[in-house]
Design a protein. Sequence first.
Length: 318
Amino acid sequence: MSPPRVWQRQGVRRGSHSGLWHFWYAVTGRPAVELSVLTWTPGVAELLIFHPVDTIAKRLMSNKGKVSFSTLSPIIFRDHATAPFGRKLLSLFPGLGYAAGYKISQRIYKFGGQPWFNDLLNKHFKSNFTNTFGERKGKMMMQATAGSLTGIGEVLLLPLDVLKIKRQVNPEAFRGRGIVRIVREEGTALYRGWGWTMARNAPGSFALFGASAVTKDYVLGISDYSKATWTQNFIASVAGAVASITVAAPLDTIKTRIQNANFESKTSGVTVIKDLLRDEGATALFKGLTPKILVVGPKLVFSYTLAQSLIPWFANYV
């Protein structure tokens, strides 16, 4: 497989198999320009606008007490609850560096991985899906299953997610240590909660890509998903993300509480569930759901929809 013409204009040598661009093309079969669009353009915009909302959601999920109007400000802003508005706002950006590394890596993997898994299923298991679900539903099930497989593999990025969450809700766990020292000292502890992460990502990503495919097919009447317009991608993405976040919410709460504890904590997920149900009730599994859902629409404009819309446009000019 030789690099596409766009690569040759970028000075990439034919036959060379080293570097991130070659890895991207080998895995996804897409031009290198897409890697830039899929990461920096939607990723940076998403971080700057939605990182504060993510911090609020994580702090609400981590709070074990009752939430009321009077306690809301101390829960969200912590030590800056009585500070001026500007300092309050800045206090919602902890762990931005880790978030950038995680989000950009996640976007490369998620947007490149799901189509790759879908192509793999199409090549080797299409007849199985068609015989089981029919041609139309089988296509949607392959999209959803490819998303689920992508979500499971996302566990590889867990350390960056763990560091981001700890910065957001438990910065004391760092005790003044830098990332190199933390990685050296904590090692596999950075993968704590990996099982719960996979359990959360599998149904969550299944719902994301599955609901998106159902919306495009049944609601919008699109047979070729790649030809969806910007507006159609936006509508389908919002539907998929709302379904994904709602389905994954209980396990997301458990995962967050495991990850925000001190590094030396050995509390298991089962213990977290027992304590949560005993002290807070079953509804606590959905803490932070509202602020997460409220940002689904615009967040997807900057991530999924923006990337899908800009890639063809960029390809025409490079």
